[in-house]
Design a protein around this ligand. Structure first.
Ligand code: FMN
Length: 215
């Protein structure tokens, strides 16, 4: 069983990374021999889709594939073959991070054909989980933006299952930063009480998806 986890945050030990690791622990707790790869997108020198349309060219070897070869190409190949794919991003400007979006363009657009009904060319319809972490509380989550990307992911692979961490800690020591809009004590209380629960949800989803993939 092969799990590929994409961390679309620049922070390797941040909230998104911690949710990714919790998910990975859940997979391994079900299946100790499972292969789990966590990819930190910001380690890779790559760009989003260049709109070359080689992936849409009739009778071409590149049809349905990303023709651009760069550092992210091997990751795209492994992601397309995974049994479980996890797509994780912090919320930036009420949307996903730029690097994460660039990765999705390269992953999804080549297999999103212009054939009848926009037929998905993905041969592997793996289970997908999405993970988002954000500063805002649950009621301010940019659900509509996330839902449209997930609709696309669902059309290409399978409808993703989503988990989130809300009201996240952004700095280790709030006293060093100029912050007037949130209550530091309230943040700390939420972080200490709720973040462990959100990590547990990530763990449980990893375990559940591994169990499903084992069937
Ligand atoms: C450039 C930037 C933009 C951000 N924009 C938002 C935002 O629009 N909404 C929000 O809730 N949090 C926003 N945040 C906060 C992060 O989403 C949040 O702290 C997240 O948990 C960080 O994840 P990380 O620890 O994995 O880096 C932003 C942070 C940065 C650095």
């Amino acid at each position: 069983m092969n799990t590929v986890i994409i961390n679309g945050s620049p922070r390797k030990d941040g909230n998104t990374a911690r949710m990714c690791h919790a998910f990975a622990d859940g997979v391994v707790s079900h299946r100790p021999v499972a292969t789990v790869e966590i990819v930190n997108l910001y380690d890779f020198d790559f760009k989003g889709c260049r709109s070359c349309f080689a992936c849409k060219l009739k009778d071409a070897a590149t049809y349905g594939k990303c023709a651009v070869k760069d550092a992210i190409s091997p990751i795209l190949e492994r992601a397309l073959k995974a049994d479980i794919l996890v797509l994780a991003s912090p919320i930036y400007l009420m949307d996903v991070s730029g690097e994460y979006k660039s990765f999705l363009e390269r992953l999804l657009f080549p297999v999103a054909s212009y054939e009848a009904e926009y037929k998905s060319l993905a041969t592997n319809k793996m289970q997908v989980a999405t993970i988002y972490t954000m500063n805002v509380p649950k009621e301010m989550c940019p659900n509509q933006v996330l839902a449209s990307t997930e609709y696309f992911i669902g059309h290409i692979f399978r409808t993703p299952r989503r988990i989130c961490a809300y009201n996240t800690y952004q700095f280790k020591d709030y006293s060093k930063y100029k912050v007037e809009v949130f209550d530091e004590e309230q943040k700390k209380q939420y972080h200490d009480k709720i973040f462990p629960i959100e990590l547990k949800e990530a763990f449980s989803l990893g375990l559940e998806m591994a169990a499903e993939a084992s069937k």
